[in-house]
Structure formats: structure tokens, C-alpha cells
Write a protein that binds this ligand. Structure first.
Ligand SMILES: Nc1ncnc2c1ncn2[C@@H]1O[C@H](COP(=O)(O)OP(=O)(O)O)[C@@H](O)[C@H]1O
Ligand code: SF4
Ligand SMILES: [Mg+2]
Length: 343
């Protein structure tokens, strides 16, 4: 595990250039100090939607990002693929800098692929599904070899005959599979999937999720998988990062995060997962207004463990053992090895 740097230490006092080098070759994505601000929708000021996020993803790894609505997951995801203008931080994918203004070269645009919640919005309504896939093949390879589109459609579990249909003639699940086929056609270096099954019928969510998980595994895809639902993320991710009000508050290998969360917010999210075998901790109220986050620890207004220290000092994201890091002054007790070993 590469040591995590601490978001509150960074900001202006450290140089922005050169801090990510040298990156070990197994790291496909390295992001450091990522900041994205929006003008606040109501009133003045700005919303720090992503406020100093560090993230690394190894080649072939799937990292899950989880957190309540509004925690900045989608904004971070879009920033990682260059779809969001950043105010700070660096993002490097496979050695290439993702420019902060989102001005990506054509090849880099193909390298960085995003899958959105609503597949219909990703597809041209006037283009047949087969042509949509062919277009992606052509964009990467220059031409479309005979049978390649059918092969890709089969790879995502579709009957190649669907190639003749238009988007409105297919179901949401089928369309999301077509979107995945298009992404595969570009042989991306990084895929960001933002709630890719949340908009689908409940009856097909698991199928599309399983398909995507299998493809990530078989093709060693480097993926950032975003969801508000820890039960979904745990199903697919090798590692999980938990976001709260624009920051990562805990990250660990998926099994470890589920078995022994250390941040009270992660623990609360986890107790909401059906069958987690934990007594439910109800999160009080909604997250605070991100344009005016609480002093000290941002979670303190909803945290049962909060003390004065939490109001005064922001906890830093500190690495503990085995790639587990959390930002909390009074963390949940580490589970004993016996508990961790239990099935
Ligand atoms: N285009 C925008 N303009 C202003 N505020 C935005 C915009 N997009 C997102 N936000 C705000 O940024 C914060 C993070 O949003 P988002 O990244 O969509 O979170 P999530 O995906 O975790 O639900 C929220 O407070 C949201 O209201
Ligand atoms: S730092 Fe304090 S308020 Fe924040 S999560 Fe830890 S105990 Fe709770
Ligand atoms: Mg979102």
C-alpha cells in the first residue's frame, strides 16, 4: 500500500508539481488533492463538492466509492475522467496527466470511460444499437472488423440481433449492456461506473451487476465503481473508499472494511445493509450543507462519539495497518483477530 497523504496538510503549502512521481508501475490511477467547487445553488459562496481527495487504483483493481447522496461521489467520478473542471489536485492515469480544465486529447478521451446511471442518455436515440457499438470500435481501431460488433454484444450477454434496434426498442437493462459493450470496444485504461444499475428495474439490477463484475474480473478492468449502496459496492469492489461531504473518511480492502469498519460513519452505513448482522445505527438527519461544513470533523453533527476535540480539530486520514486508513479521533474499536477470522 502506498502511504496516503493527508488532505488537510496539503493545500497551498506544498508544491503541486511532481508530487505523484515516481509512481509504481502497478498503479493505473493516481489522484492527489482533487478539488472541485461549484457555485452554491442557493445564496452565496461555493460548495466544495470534492475537497482534497487522494485515490489510487491498481491495474485491474475495482475500487468502490460509497456515501450518501450529495457526498461528492459523482463529481469525483467525473473529475477522474476529465469531465469536470478542477480547482486543485492532480490526476494521472497510466502516466498521462488528466488536465484540470478537462481539455482531453482524443486518445485520452477513449482511455477514460464513464458509465452513467441512465443508459438512455448515453445513446443517440436515432442510431441503431449496433451502429453505436460500431462507432466505438471505429473510434479506437479505425475500422470495424467483420463480426466484431456481434462479438461485443455477445460478450455483454445480448443476442446480436439487437444490433438492428433503436434505443427506444430496448429495455434499460439491454441498453446498459450496450453501453458496457461500447466501453469495452474502446479498451479503456480506466472505467468510472456511476450507479450503473440504480436506474434499472430491480429485477435486472443483479444480472447487470453480475455481468459487470464478471467482466471486471475476466478482463482485469481498472474500475472505479460508485454507489450509494454499500451492499452493491461490497459485491463488486476489491477495495472501498467511503466519502462524506467531499472527503474520503475511510478506505480499506473491501472485506476488511465490511468486517471491521473503524470510522463511525462507515459503521452506520454498514448497519443499514440487510443481513450485516449488526444492530442498526440510525444516522440522525441529513448531511450538513456542504457550502458550510461543520468545524473540525465534518461528521460530528451526526456522530454518537463526538467530543470537543472533534469540533476543534479536523481528523486526518491516517493509514493504519494493511491499507486501512480512516479519519477519526475516536475510531470504532478494531475487531479482534478472532472476530475477523469468523466466517
Ligand atoms: N452542477 C452543480 N452545481 C452546483 N452544485 C452541484 C452541482 N453538481 C453537484 N453539486 C453539489 O455538489 C455536491 C456533491 O454532489 P454529487 O457529486 O452529485 O454527489 P453524489 O454523487 O455523492 O450524490 C452536492 O452538494 C451537490 O448538490
Ligand atoms: S472525529 Fe469525532 S465526530 Fe468525527 S467521526 Fe470521529 S468520533 Fe465522530
Ligand atoms: Mg451521484
Amino acid at each position: 500500500m502506498i502511504p496516503l497523504r493527508q488532505p488537510t496538510m496539503r493545500r497551498s503549502e506544498e508544491p503541486e508539481v511532481g508530487t505523484l512521481e515516481p509512481m509504481p508501475p502497478e498503479i493505473a490511477l493516481a489522484a492527489e488533492g482533487v478539488e472541485v467547487q461549484y457555485r452554491a445553488r442557493h445564496g452565496r459562496g461555493s460548495v466544495r463538492a470534492v475537497d482534497g481527495v487522494d485515490l489510487q487504483v491498481r491495474r485491474g483493481e475495482t475500487v468502490g466509492i460509497v456515501g450518501e447522496s450529495g457526498s461528492g461521489k459523482s463529481t469525483l467520478g467525473r473529475a477522474l475522467v476529465g469531465l469536470e473542471r478542477r480547482q486543485g489536485g492532480r490526476i494521472v492515469v497510466d502516466g498521462a496527466e488528466v488536465p484540470p480544465d478537462g481539455a482531453l486529447a482524443r486518445a485520452q478521451r477513449l482511455d477514460l470511460q464513464m458509465i452513467f446511471q441512465d443508459p438512455f442518455s448515453s445513446l443517440n436515440p436515432r442510431r441503431r444499437l449496433g451502429d453505436a457499438v460500431a462507432q466505438a470500435v471505429r473510434a479506437r481501431d479505425g475500422d470495424v472488423p467483420e463480426g466484431r460488433v456481434a462479438e461485443l454484444l455477445q460478450q455483454v450477454g445480448l443476442d446480436p440481433h439487437i444490433a438492428h434496434r433503436y434505443p427506444h426498442e430496448a429495455s434499460g437493462g439491454q441498453l446498459q449492456r450496450v453501453v458496457i459493450a461500447r466501453v469495452l470496444a474502446t479498451r479503456p485504461k480506466l472505467i468510472v461506473a456511476d450507479e450503473p444499475v440504480s436506474a434499472l428495474d430491480v429485477s435486472v439490477q443483479a444480472q447487470v451487476l453480475n455481468l459487470f463484475a464478471d467482466l471486471c474480473e475476466e478482463l482485469s478492468l481498472t474500475t472505479v465503481f460508485i454507489s450509494h449502496d454499500l451492499a452493491v459496492v461490497r459485491h463488486i469492489a476489491d477495495r472501498i473508499a467511503v466519502m462524506y461531504l467531499g472527503r474520503i473518511v475511510e478506505t480499506a480492502p473491501a472485506e476488511q472494511l465490511i468486517a471491521a469498519p473503524r470510522h463511525p460513519y462507515t459503521e452506520a452505513l454498514l448497519t443499514a445493509v440487510p443481513g450485516a448482522g449488526r444492530e442498526r445505527i440510525l444516522l440522525q438527519g441529513d448531511p450538513p450543507d456542504p457550502s458550510a461544513p461543520p468545524s473540525g470533523c465534518r461528521f460530528r453533527t451526526r456522530c454518537g462519539r463526538a467530543t470537543e476535540l472533534c469540533a476543534e480539530q479536523e481528523p486526518l486520514l491516517e493509514a493504519a495497518e494493511d491499507g486501512h486508513a480512516f479519519a477519526c479521533h475516536h475510531p470504532v474499536e478494531a475487531a479482534s483477530p478472532a472476530v475477523l477470522a469468523a466466517p
